[in-house]
Design a binder for this molecule. Structure first.
Ligand code: TYD
Length: 120
C-alpha cells in the first residue's frame, strides 16, 4: 500500500534544502522526472519496481489502487514523498504548467516489469 512520508527540510535565510538519505525502503537504481505533462500518465502496476514520487514544483494528483483499497493523493509540497509498492496500480493527473514530478525507482527500466491490467 502507498505511504506518504514527510521529508526533512533544512531552512535558513538562504532558502530550504530537502535531503533524502536513509529514508527510502529501497536503494535507488533509477531516477526520472515528468514535466510539460498534460492529461493522464502512468496507468500500470509493476512486478518488482517500488517508487517514490516527489512533486518538486507545481502540483499533481496520484490515484492508487492496490486491488483492495483505492486512494487519491495530492502532491503539492516538495518535501512530501509518496511511496508506491509494486502492486499499486497508479495514474498521475492534474498537472500544472510548472509541475515537475520526480520519481525514484528501485529497479532499472524494464518493460517486462510492467503490468498493464488494472484490478477491475
Ligand atoms: P511510461 O512508463 O509510459 O511513462 P508514464 O508511466 O509516466 O506514463 O513511459 C513513457 C516512455 O518512456 C516509454 O516509451 C518508456 C520510456 N521510459 C524509459 O525509457 N525509461 C524509464 O525509466 C521510463 C519510466 C520510461
Amino acid at each position: 500500500m502507498s505511504k506518504l512520508i514527510k521529508l526533512p527540510v533544512i531552512k535558513d535565510s538562504r532558502g530550504s534544502l530537502t535531503v533524502i538519505e536513509k529514508l527510502l525502503p529501497f536503494n535507488i537504481k533509477r531516477v526520472y522526472f515528468i514535466y510539460n505533462a498534460n492529461g493522464l500518465r502512468g496507468g500500470h502496476r509493476h512486478k518488482l519496481t517500488r517508487q517514490a514520487l516527489i512533486c518538486l514544483s507545481g502540483s499533481c494528483s496520484i490515484y492508487i489502487n492496490n486491488g483492495i483499497t483505492e486512494e487519491k493523493v495530492e502532491l503539492k509540497h516538495p518535501n512530501h514523498c509518496l511511496l508506491i509498492d509494486p502492486e499499486d496500480w497508479h495514474t498521475m493527473q492534474g498537472f500544472k504548467n510548472n509541475t515537475i514530478l520526480l520519481v525514484l525507482a528501485s529497479e532499472y527500466y524494464d518493460v517486462k516489469d510492467y503490468i498493464n491490467e488494472s484490478y477491475d
